[in-house]
Design a protein. Structure first.
Length: 256
């Protein structure tokens, strides 16, 4: 299961049925869960923990030190969940001490070729990053978000769950859950209704989200006034509460 040309340093921990391809390097502090497949010419280093049944394609670089001049070798980590597909030339970095010391990636995500996850990012589950999508440091991405090809996210920006950002989006402010965004700088252009219907959201919840979206982005009300009107006049589905709470807690401001 381990190619003769692969290098597995003493101290690395490999689970059952892990496969390591030709010329790949697994450094000493790495842990890889059962059933994970590592292709040829992959480098996995740092204090990196990878879950089960992941597939890592050739030339990926996982667990390298941050591209941050403030990093001076602190013992920080990268944690990756289960069943992720990490395609060619993807890069994922360790965290920084200032950022909490942990880069965390969930499960069932697809990272297409040349995607980049920088230090201290926190990512959920079922996320898709299309080719060349890039996250700067300290970015948060919610479940089921989709980032189109060649999109880029500014550091400390949050992407809500079920967001769809079109290709080439330059995202410098927070994107609330359930929206579609596009452009440079990216603006919200509507709700991700097709995606939400595919994932089984009820018609009543979608109707409430439409009303909430219009109050925040189309009514001309100040943000505080719009959020108060949502609380006073719209049935408080969990989706509406999540949408409102995300906007209320935004520190960078939401992309309008």
């Amino acid at each position: 299961m381990i190619h003769a040309t692969a290098i597995i340093e003493p101290g690395a921990i490999l689970g059952d049925n892990v496969r390591i391809g030709a010329y790949s390097i697994i450094r000493q502090h790495v842990t890889i869960g059962a059933g994970t497949v590592v292709g040829p010419h992959v480098v996995i280093e740092g204090r990196t923990t990878i879950g089960c049944d992941n597939e890592i394609f050739q030339f990926a670089s996982i667990g390298a030190i941050p591209q941050d001049l403030k990093f001076h070798g602190e013992e920080t980590t990268l944690t990756i969940g289960d069943r992720n597909k990490i395609r060619e030339f993807t890069t994922m970095h360790l965290a920084t001490e200032d950022g909490g010391g942990k880069t965390i990636i969930g499960s069932d995500n697809l990272f297409m070729a040349y995607t980049h996850v920088a230090h201290d990012c926190l990512m959920g589950n079922h996320i898709i990053m299309a080719n060349n999508a890039t996250l700067a440091g300290h970015v948060e991405v919610g479940d089921y978000a989709i980032l189109g090809g060649m999109s880029a996210v500014h550091q400390f920006t949050r992407i809500g769950c079920h967001v769809m950002a079109s290709g080439g989006s330059m995202i410098a402010q927070d994107l609330p859950p359930f929206v579609i965004a596009q452009g440079d700088r990216a603006k919200t252009v509507g709700l991700n209704l097709i995606g939400l219907r595919r994932r089984g959201f009820s018609s009543a919840a979608l109707s409430a989200l439409k009303k909430s979206y219009k109050l925040v982005f189309r009514s001309g009300l100040r943000q505080e006034e719009a959020l108060q009107q949502i609380a006073d006049t719209i049935e408080q589905f969990p989706e509406v509460v999540l949408f409102s709470d995300f906007i209320r807690s935004s520190e960078r401001g939401v992309a309008r």
